[in-house]
Design a protein around this ligand. Structure first.
Ligand code: TMP
Length: 254
C-alpha cells in the first residue's frame, strides 16, 4: 500500500490516515534498549502490543480519560487522532526500579511512600534527560495549566491501571506515557497518545516478582514474547492456547 510515512520511531511507524486529522499507528516487532545500543526483532511483539494497548486505551476511554485511539484497523495497526505531541515522557512510579534505583542508590523493589511523577525531555540525541516542570514551562514545551492536567490524568491512569493489573496478579511498578494537544470545539485539550504496553511499563508477577515486561530484553533475563503473551492471556485478550509469536512453519513430528 502506498501510504505517506509521517514518522518512524524505535517500535512504531506513523502513516498518514484516511481522513484529515487522523493517523495510522503501526506497531513494529523491533525492540531497542539503552537508546538504540541494543536491538532485536521479536516475531509477533507488534501484534501483542497493538492488542494490549488497544484494550487499555479503550478501558481508559470508558472511565473518561481522553485518548488518541479511534479503532484497531488490523493485527498491527490502529487508527488514531493526529495530535501535537508534547515533547515530554511522563514516568509514573509506584515501586523503585530502573533508573530511579540507579540514580538514588535505592534497592529495586522498595515500594514508594506515594506515587512519583517524573518528566523526561524527548530527545534521543541527549538520551531523554530528566527535566522539571520549571524547564517545561521555561522552554515552552507545555504551560503550567497543561502540566497540571498532565499530572492529574497521569495519576488517574496510574490508579486505574494499578487496579486493573492487581486484579490479574500483576504489580504495576512504573510506566511511561505521552500526551498530545488536540484542537477541538475551539479549545486545546490534553489527550493521552502513544501506547501503553509491556514495552512501556514494568510489570511484575505479584506472587513471584517475575518480570513480565521489556526488562527481560534490556537485561537478557528471559523470554520476552512468552511474558508479553502471559500479560495478554491474563488480560483475557488472547486465549490460553493462542500465541501470536512464531508465524513461521511448524515442524510436525512423525
Ligand atoms: P526508567 O526506570 O528506565 O527511567 O524507566 C521508567 C519506565 O519508563 C519503565 O516502565 C520503562 C519506561 N520507559 C519507556 O517506555 N521508554 C524509555 O525510553 C524509557 C527510558 C523508559
Amino acid at each position: 500500500m502506498n501510504r505517506r510515512k509521517i514518522y518512524e520511531g524505535k517500535a512504531k511507524i506513523l502513516y498518514e490516515g484516511p481522513e484529515p486529522g487522523t493517523l495510522i499507528q503501526h506497531f513494529k516487532d523491533d525492540a531497542t534498549a539503552n537508546n538504540n545500543e541494543k536491538m532485536q526483532i521479536f516475531d509477533g511483539k507488534g501484534v501483542l502490543n497493538n492488542k494490549i494497548s488497544e484494550n487499555i486505551f479503550l478501558k481508559l476511554g470508558k472511565i473518561g480519560i481522553p485518548t488518541h485511539f479511534i479503532r484497531k484497523l488490523n493485527m498491527r495497526e490502529q487508527l488514531i487522532k493526529e495530535v501535537d505531541i508534547i515533547p515530554i515522557e511522563v514516568v509514573v512510579r509506584n515501586i523503585v526500579a530502573g533508573s530511579l534505583s540507579k540514580r538514588l542508590g535505592i534497592i529495586e523493589g522498595e515500594p514508594l511512600p506515594r506515587s512519583l511523577i517524573e518528566f523526561y525531555y524527548k530527545n534521543d540525541k541527549l538520551g531523554d534527560p530528566m527535566v522539571s516542570d520549571e524547564h517545561i514551562t521555561a522552554f515552552g514545551w507545555a504551560s503550567p495549566q497543561e502540566i497540571e492536567e498532565i499530572m492529574n490524568l497521569s495519576l488517574r491512569i496510574n490508579d486505574f491501571l494499578s487496579g486493573l493489573f492487581s486484579g490479574i496478579n500483576i504489580k504495576l511498578v512504573d510506566f511511561k506515557i505521552e500526551f498530545g494537544r488536540l484542537y477541538e470545539n475551539d479549545a486545546f485539550r490534553i489527550i493521552l497518545a502513544d501506547e501503553i504496553s509491556p514495552d512501556s511499563c514494568r510489570l511484575w508477577d505479584t506472587t513471584t516478582n517475575d518480570k513480565l515486561d521489556k526488562d527481560l530484553f534490556r537485561n537478557d533475563s528471559g523470554d520476552l514474547l512468552e511474558a508479553y503473551n502471559e500479560v495478554a492471556r491474563r488480560m483475557g485478550i488472547i486465549s490460553k492456547k493462542n500465541k501470536t509469536e512464531n508465524t513461521g512453519p511448524v515442524l510436525i513430528k512423525g
